[in-house]
Design a protein around this ligand. Structure first.
Ligand SMILES: [Zn+2]
Length: 236
């Protein structure tokens, strides 16, 4: 039996038993759990759920993560920490600047179609080095060395979108890049788009603040998911 740090049964552990379909978790429920965990992290009251030996053994035979996190690789953006979750909860794919190539999309499609994960989150953050590098490269006309160029090239369309809107601040550009990444994933993955169209999955873009530790929704498909869920109240 998985116990949360507070001694209360973790609700997602209760529905996501190993070896059983994770259909009990909806996109809205998954989003609310992420916001609740982030609220605990921000306020310094983390429960560190699902990180104990019992839970480790319980999920060894199967996984039903309730959210996919496509995040920037930045060392300060560790998904399980900032959302206060544990083993088996989050399916995490990270690249610099949350750029999405075929391997990333294939990983997301695996989680959504095979594992039944109902929510995909694109997680960016303020002062993102990948976005800054792309902006610097565009400004000087220089090309980054090696494979870093692939990262910069993947951010360039977001810079164009920002320029069209007259946006110049790096953090506002980051928000646009997060929204563009949500769009790009759905454009390039008909599999993911079909899951969203069928109502089995949602894609939400979030921006994280490095200092404060909070997340803010900047894009969502379907759009109704854009309204930030209020943190789940403490269990009675
Ligand atoms: Zn970054």
């Amino acid at each position: 039996m998985a116990q949360a740090g507070s001694g209360q049964l973790d609700p997602l552990s209760a529905v996501g038993r190993p070896g059983e379909p994770g259909a009990a978790c909806t996109p809205s429920r998954a989003l609310a759990e992420l916001h609740a965990g982030n609220h605990r992290f921000v306020t310094g009251t983390p429960r560190h759920p699902n990180q104990d030996a019992d839970h480790r053994a319980a999920v060894a035979d199967g996984q039903h993560p309730f959210a996919v996190i496509v995040g920037c690789s930045d060392s300060r953006l560790a998904a399980e920490i900032i959302f206060d979750r544990g083993l088996g909860d989050l399916f995490v794919v990270r690249t610099a600047g949350h750029t999405v190539g075929p391997e990333v999309l294939g990983s997301v499609e695996y989680a959504v179609t095979v594992l039944g994960t109902p929510l995909v989150v694109v997680l960016g953050h303020d002062s993102c080095g990948a976005v800054q590098a792309a902006k610097a490269a565009a400004g000087t006309g220089s090309e980054p060395a090696g494979n870093l160029r692939a990262v910069v090239d993947a951010v360039v369309p977001s810079l164009h979108r920002a320029a069209e809107r007259g946006v110049q601040g790096i953090d506002e550009i980051v928000d646009i890049h997060i929204a563009c990444t949500v769009e790009a994933m759905l454009d390039r993955s008909p599999v993911l788009a079909a899951e969203v169209e069928a109502g089995r999955c949602a894609v939400v873009g979030m921006s994280y603040r490095l200092s404060a530790g909070g997340v803010r929704t900047v894009a969502a498909v379907p759009a109704a998911m854009a309204a930030d869920a209020t943190p789940a109240p403490a269990a009675a």
